[in-house]
Design a binder for this molecule. Structure first.
Ligand SMILES: Nc1ncnc2c1ncn2[C@@H]1O[C@H](COP(=O)(O)OP(=O)(O)O)[C@@H](O)[C@H]1O
Ligand SMILES: [Mg+2]
Length: 230
């Protein structure tokens, strides 16, 4: 029997990383969250974005990619995957950010169990992010949470300000975890690195800690009993 808390078999979870605003960190979050989860779970990353950013990143990793990867996918294949009972614990889907690709995003959200919505602390990112939530995610009654990204470690009040805006002004669910802005994060695709492959040093420690925390929190949402296993 498959149960949520079984240590050996977890049902496949399709997680869409979605925001119609470009540049908020969808590709970064997809790849780094997949890396964190791959420490404990079978993970597949699916790229349905024509920009192929994850494809390029995955190619730069060569044989060091810690999860399975499939690029240039037709979003309809997600529904088929479930029908075929292909066994992954988590399928993470990197989605396009442009409004022209809304139908691709909608197909992904139809198949998804959960949406992660990366958001950068920029006033101009807010409107289209909230529109993605209210027009595409909430009408599907899809579980979701906003993930703050590119928090500036040198501005102490920024995190609290944006967490308050999400909690109080906009009233949307969010991760407690967040990603700070680090060069190790923006260099990772070109260097072919992920938080799980980086050597731990003064330059990389923040990125590794942030990504690990996000993996824990995601895992916790689905399989709380497994959290002690990391
Ligand atoms: N936490 C971060 N720290 C530093 N740079 C980041 C961070 N998150 C994203 N970036 C950089 O910002 C740019 C946009 O991120 P990306 O993940 O490609 O966004 P999207 O997929 O939503 O368009 C990329 O150059 C990426 O490396
Ligand atoms: Mg992208």
């Amino acid at each position: 029997m498959t149960t949520e808390l079984s240590a050996d078999v977890t049902p496949m979870r399709i997680v869409a990383v979605a925001n119609q605003k470009g540049g908020v960190g969808k590709t970064t979050v997809t790849m780094q969250l997949a890396a964190a989860l791959s420490r404990r779970y079978q993970v597949l990353v699916v790229d349905v974005d024509r920009q192929r950013s994850t494809v390029w990143w995955a190619e730069n990793m060569r044989d060091r990619l810690p999860f399975d990867f499939t690029g240039e996918q037709n979003p309809k294949s997600l529904t088929r995957m479930r029908d075929l009972h292909i066994q992954y614990d988590f399928v993470l889907v990197d989605t396009p950010g442009s409004l022209e690709d809304t139908s691709i995003l909608e197909t992904v959200l139809d198949a998804a169990d959960y949406a992660v919505v990366p958001l950068t602390p920029e006033p101009l990112a807010v409107e289209s992010s909230m529109r993605t939530i209210s027009c595409l995610i909430e009408p599907r009654q899809l579980r979701y949470a906003v993930l703050l990204n590119r928090i500036d470690p040198r501005i102490p009040s920024q995190l609290r300000t944006w967490q308050d805006l999400l909690d109080t002004t906009w009233g949307v669910p969010r991760f407690d975890a967040y990603l700070r802005q680090y060069k190790a994060q923006s260099d990772a695709p070109v260097l072919g690195e992920l938080a799980t492959t980086l050597g731990d040093n003064r330059r990389t420690a923040g990125t590794i800690a942030d990504v690990t925390r996000i993996g824990h929190e995601m895992s916790e949402q689905f399989t709380p009993a497994l959290n002690g296993w990391w």
